[in-house]
Write a protein that binds this ligand. Structure first.
Ligand SMILES: [Zn+2]
Length: 425
């Protein structure tokens, strides 16, 4: 008699080529912010074909500022859709939600990619493509993990959800929409690219836009102008001081004490000026800064605002009325710590060991925003972030390891089987 674990593993194996092709199709959808609908339609169709009840929920702009899971946004959510597939279990088991995001970040520079970023290409163990690792592979792994259970002739006792959300890369408002609408479970698993490790804790994050207003002038009389770009460079320099101050607070902080830069002030975009030979009138930069779990993002945001007021009194170059403006434009969310040795973690450890020749499940700290934080912070739901090996996420030539994808699919299937409970179909 084959054990159920062997049957599930064999089914993952059997379905794997189909799984990779499904992932390749999904990578071809250029699901940048506010362009996710086609990818979401593909996922919704795939889930319906598999017998899921499918809900489509528009990202809920009405709850921004009213529900603590929501963050400020700068776009219209008219075409911002989240998809959930639900399947009822036979009863008596724990429920499980797989949560993944389908949105991807821009490719950087297409020309610097070995292959075009939205034309997935296999090379040995690697599948290349923007979003292949972060995190379309994880989304696909969750779908095929549940497929494998069915293909093995088994069914789950607990209810399952496959959640495919948008907005993870900027606000988290897709996951927040599902959470606020009651799409929760006894455990959440988010197969982000974690190199087959469990995320023990993540950072809180706030995202901002800075604007500087200069005085445009002709270069023949530079003293009559003031460069908005120079003002921005100066402002960013000051913010590095704030970053160092927040970084120094890591001393004695659990999980974060050893990180080189848990705060990671990142200026992600900068745009300024409109003519090569004019002193620029305006400059806009956007970025993010992190902080420690358990801290209130609103308090940290107020700290940034107070710091800007402070430097505007200290640095006379920046002190003129209206020279500097700050707005909050993206995620404003607390980090979380996963309590050690919870039931969900024990179940994942057993599943990981079964697919890794008994090796222990490593855990680590990810100092960035994760949608798992929504379920953990606001729902106190054990939220496990665990997914495949990927390289160059948010970079050039992003790629995911296919052998890792297979192991993770198997691990997620074993996790679902043990967490939700199994019976013969
Ligand atoms: Zn991600």
């Amino acid at each position: 008699m084959k054990s159920v674990h062997d049957r599930i593993a064999a089914a993952v194996d059997r379905l794997f080529e189909e799984e990779v092709q499904f992932l390749e199709t999904l990578v071809r959808f250029k699901s940048l912010r506010n362009e996710e609908t086609a990818a979401q339609d593909f996922i919704a169709t795939g889930l319906r074909e598999r017998g899921y009840a499918v809900d489509r929920l528009r990202t809920d702009a009405a709850l921004i500022g009213k529900h603590p899971a929501f963050s400020p946004a700068t776009v219209d959510y008219a075409e911002s859709w989240n998809v959930v597939g639900r399947k009822a279990g036979s009863g008596g088991g724990r429920s499980l939600a797989f949560n993944s995001h389908v949105d991807v970040v821009p490719a950087g520079s297409d020309r610097r990619w070995t292959v075009p970023p939205f034309e997935p290409a296999r090379d040995g163990d690697w599948l290349y493509g923007r979003g292949a690792g972060d995190m379309k592979a994880g989304l696909v792994a969750s779908i095929f993990a549940l497929d494998a259970i069915a293909a093995a002739g088994l069914s789950l006792r607990g209810d399952v959800q496959v959640q495919s959300v948008v907005e993870e890369e900027i606000t988290g408002n897709g996951a927040a929409t599902l959470f606020a609408a009651g799409f929760t479970a006894d455990a959440v698993v988010s197969p982000e690219p974690t190199d087959e490790q469990l995320v023990r804790a993540n950072a809180g994050v706030i995202k901002f836009r800075l604007e500087t207003r200069g005085r445009p002038a002709h270069p023949r009389e530079p003293e009559s102008g003031q460069s908005a770009i120079d003002l921005m460079i100066r402002l960013i320099g000051h913010l590095r001081t704030l970053e160092r101050k927040w970084t120094d607070e890591r001393e004695g902080k659990r999980w974060f004490g050893d990180l080189a830069n848990p705060v990671a002030l990142t200026i992600g975009t900068i745009n300024g000026g409109d003519w090569i030979a004019s002193i620029p009138s305006d400059c806009v930069a956007e970025g993010r800064i992190g902080f420690y779990p358990g801290e209130d993002p609103q308090v940290r945001a107020a700290e940034v605002e107070a710091y800007l007021r402070h430097i505007q009194t200290e640095d006379r170059t920046l002190s003129g009325e209206g020279l500097v403006r700050l707005t909050w434009v993206g995620v404003m969310h607390a980090g979380y710590e996963l309590a050690e040795d919870g039931e969900a973690e024990k179940t994942l450890r057993a599943a990981h060991a079964a697919t890794h020749a008994g090796t222990a499940l490593p855990s680590y700290v990810m100092a960035c925003y994760l949608d798992a934080a929504v379920f953990s912070v606001h729902g106190n739901i054990p939220s496990l972030v665990y997914g495949p090996i990927a390289e160059n996420i948010h970079g050039i030539d992003e790629r995911v390891s296919l052998s890792s994808l297979k192991r993770v699919t198997q691990t997620l299937a074993l996790f679902a089987a043990d967490w939700c409970g199994l019976e013969e179909a």
